[in-house]
Design a protein around this ligand. Structure first.
Ligand code: FAQ
Length: 332
């Protein structure tokens, strides 16, 4: 079912487009937003369902590595901040599932696809958070990469997605700062704490770079998604911007980026860096990362454990409907 909903149709040359498709492309080119009830090519709708759905799943699966540390946060203040952040991610998931629903897919269908392993979520959440420094690294690097990707998405062509992104980005910048704040404390702490911060950077650097997706030459969807302004930048463009932003932050912390190939390139005005190990990336998104099984099991268990609650809500809604119908009849 899901495969039929989102199967990519590839990019259509202009001469093969129908008049409706040409008119649609012209609206996009003029920078107009597309709204839910308006006509759109089937491929546009499917691409959005895939991307928004995966994004929504990433937000809720992304709660797991951090949620793991709520009970072990080192101070009450850190615990309160982490709780708020993890709760924010649930909210982001809800905005995004709602945006996807405007495209004619239900939240249940999207979650079924996630639970069946047919739909992806971000590769980054298949890595473990082994200690408190990892929570700093997740906020600094993972939220940092997420913002780099999401700020341009505020200008994406689909109205509900773009509006969801505006709200999400406001919160993500707070998330990134809380992560960097943890890293500052650790890096300026005891030698052991600084070592933990360095170790977290070593383990999260390349997985964070992989969040932007495969290199442009291997990106299946970028060309069509950019023509439709679903994506605003290529994967490599955003990865480069992230490296350029993050290297000085690591230097400020007194930490070393784990890449011997890292070098300032005066000509391009940016950092040269070594490519991630793409075979690792493709293994992770195929389901073979360090925590894929654990993450999916946790989501499926949460879904099954919540069945009584969803049933209760539905029973309550039905009773309320029946009461309203009876009151209407009595008033007539
Ligand atoms: N992980 O052709 P492309 C967050 C797949 S932020 C897994 O380049 P596209 C916040 C891709 O789906 C993280 N799969 O694909 C947070 C496709 O496979 P498919 C989420 C990936 O879509 C922080 C194939 O590879 N952010 O959660 C990944 O044009 C902290 C070919 O790739 C978003 O989702 C990956 N990293 O570009 C929460 C942003 N990369 O579907 C908690 C919105 C690629 O054909 C704690 N999404 N693939 O089977 C996007 O901008 C795009 O979808 C990209 C990928 C850039 C991720």
């Amino acid at each position: 079912m899901y495969a039929q909903m989102v199967k990519s149709e590839g990019m259509k040359p202009r001469e093969e487009m129908t008049p409706e498709e040409i008119a649609f492309q012209e609206r996009i080119d003029r920078g107009e937003k597309i709204e839910p009830k308006e006509w759109m090519p089937e491929g546009y709708r499917k691409t959005l369902i895939r991307q928004i759905g995966q994004h929504a799943h990433s937000e809720i699966v992304g709660q797991l590595p951090e949620g793991n540390w709520i009970t072990r946060a080192p101070t009450l203040e850190r615990k309160a901040i982490l709780l708020a952040k993890v709760q924010d991610e649930a909210g982001h998931g809800l905005y995004l599932y709602s945006a996807a629903e405007t495209l004619g897919v239900s939240r249940d269908e999207l979650l079924d696809a996630l639970h069946a392993g047919k739909m992806k979520y971000s590769s980054i959440f298949n890595y473990p958070t082994l200690n408190w420094a990892d929570i700093g690294a997740v906020g600094w690097l993972v939220d940092g990469a997420a913002i780099m990707n999401q700020v341009p998405l505020q200008r994406t062509s689909y109205g509900p997605y773009s509006r969801a992104m505006i709200r999400i980005c406001k919160e993500e910048s707070f998330h990134q700062r809380q992560g960097y704040d943890i890293m500052m404390k650790m890096a300026a702490g005891t030698p052991e704490q600084k070592e933990m911060a360095q170790d977290a950077l070593n383990r999260f650097w390349y997985p964070a770079l992989m969040m932007f997706g495969p290199s442009d030459k291997d990106s299946v969807h970028s060309a069509q998604s950019m023509a439709w302004k679903i994506k605003i930048n290529t994967n490599d463009e955003l990865r480069q911007k992230f490296v350029d932003q993050t290297v000085p932050q690591a230097h400020y912390l007194g930490l070393t980026i784990p890449d011997e190939g890292l070098a300032w390139n005066e000509e391009k005005g940016g950092w040269d860096f070594s490519e991630p190990d793409w075979s690792e990336f493709f293994a992770v998104i195929a389901g073979n990362g360090p925590c894929n099984t654990e993450r999916l099991e946790a989501r499926v268990t949460a879904w099954e454990d919540g069945a009584w609650f969803r049933d209760g809500l539905m029973a309550h809604a039905k009773k309320a409907d029946a009461r309203r119908a009876a009151a209407r009849m009595a008033a007539e």
